[in-house]
Design a protein around this ligand. Sequence first.
Ligand SMILES: [Zn+2]
Length: 659
Amino acid sequence: MRRALLLWAVLVCGACSSLAASAASGLPGPAFPRYESAAGLEAACGRHLATVKAAIGKLERRAGGPGWLAAYDDLNALGEDLASPVFLLSNVHPDPALRAASEACELRWQDLFSTLGQNEKLYRAARATRPRDDIDRELLKTTLESFEDSGVSLSPEPRARAKAIVDRITELDQAFNKNIRNETTRLAFSEAELKGVPESVWKSAARDDQGRVLLGLDYPSSVPVLQSAENPATRERMWRAKNNEGGPANLKLLAEIGQLRREYAQLFGFSSYADFTLRRRMAETTANAKRFLEEVRVAVTAREGRELDELREAKARDTGVALAQTKLERWDVSYYTERVKRERYSVDQEQFRAYFPAQESLALVMRVIEKVMGVRYTRVPNVALWHPDAQAYVATDVKTGKALATLYVDAYPRDGKYNHAAVWPIRSGSTRLQRAPQAALVVNFDRKGLSLDEMETLLHEFGHAVHNNLSATRHSSSSSVLRDFVEAPSQMLEEWVYDPRVLALMSEVCPACRRVPDELLAKARIAERYGKGTQYARQRLFASFDLALHDADAPEPMALWSRMESQTLLGHVPGSIFPASFTHVAGGYAAGYYGYLWSEVVAADLRTAFGSDKLDARVGRRYRDVVLANGSQWPPQVLVQRFLGRPTNSEAFFKDLQR
Ligand SMILES: [Zn+2]
């Protein structure tokens, strides 16, 4: 996953002192800002907003024409540098007061961005500017579209309403996320109730006054419980708690968000938000996205049915209840999937933790990136960041030795921290500004080691990290890419985890680490395919729900979800309110969740270029130069075609689905 980034970036000079500090630290670009208190952040927020407002005023006095686009990009760079750290801090800072101050600051930035989006002087200047080549033409085109989609051409009343709506949605999305982040649910289990769950998951957890183990809903606790608790009541409690995250309050927020998005689209003459937004995406129309999801549904339904039958049989064998009387519950799926994998393929996710110590695994993935893409990550010690766990790395070009970018890594869970996996782009690169990119990779791993699935997640997130770090676009504003393409480079890398030559690189970064036996990995590769029908069917459901939520009728989210989920093979569990924790839909993926599946088509196609050699440095370099370096300077279809030497197609994806 990854957060969207608003267009923003500089030559800051609220940051001149930090520029110097950072040069001393060995990281390219300005140092990450340090705030000692909420009041300090609030004061800096005010100063930064004033700096950007002054820069906007200056740009307003400049006529369109030669040089205007670069000046506009300078403004974006300035805004990005000053705003984006705050968007990260609200998700990772350990101090709740500082997180709250960050959120308050985000709203002030949102107000500035939405006002800027409707700036008529800048819009007129953009329209009067002629591009000097194709790269400028593409940026100018997306810049004009972005002004228009913000409402600059609307008459005064709907224009004011458009701004009010986007500002309100930001506020609602913030509240939605906060309800999940600040979730304090702890489930109490006796040791007997946790039978089957690895001791490492609960042994050192807090206990209540009756000596019961207290577990939260974070991944390192919830996933092992759902995958391995032998007691069905234990799994059910965890599943229900997980599917109530966010609570009824979030359903209300989501309903309001859906209504507001429809109203927003209507201001522009569109009947649905999906139609309004998809015309700017790779998919081009809602009909195309729906057609694609239907193709996926047809391709996976039979497989899903077979898999669920097998799980039900496994449950019947396990419980000794006759098959005809055995019902497979939602909280049985992970458990029996893992069990069948163990029985049939002798593969257990937990057994991989011994091979993948957390810090060494990070080094391994960095070494893979180095071999394939020619960029080396080196830890820079003693960089003061938002938390002692956060680490700083410099990315250096292996051939030239040039420092290219900075990557921050925040790897372990803690209270109040964003609890999924994501990369926050902090700074977009620009060759014109000689601006080094910066990003932050945030995950929540078990300190004792990673499962193979978590290794895959780490590779996925590195796909986003290098997309930022290896960007070499002319303008900083050309660095962020389309929502239905953004996952492709990450999904492409997921497969790397099953290649023994890739994992063998562990010996280079950790000679003492034991190597995953080839035979075990080969079995894991086969086992990984097991359950794909169920997984894709679920992804298809999420994507279809998201599109339906943003359809012309903007339906009530919970009623819609319960209707759609009821039509699935496992049905809907009354009392579960999954949409309350569907952060993607509340946030930037609005009518864009289909992009995960859509990007997979592109990812599978990209992968074909590597053939059987996932460490092929020649292909990797071409991939870096053609796809990653170009950001959105060219439309994604163009980049993929240049890399593959042919237009992209869905053959590899659908072939893979049948595997
Ligand atoms: Zn992702």
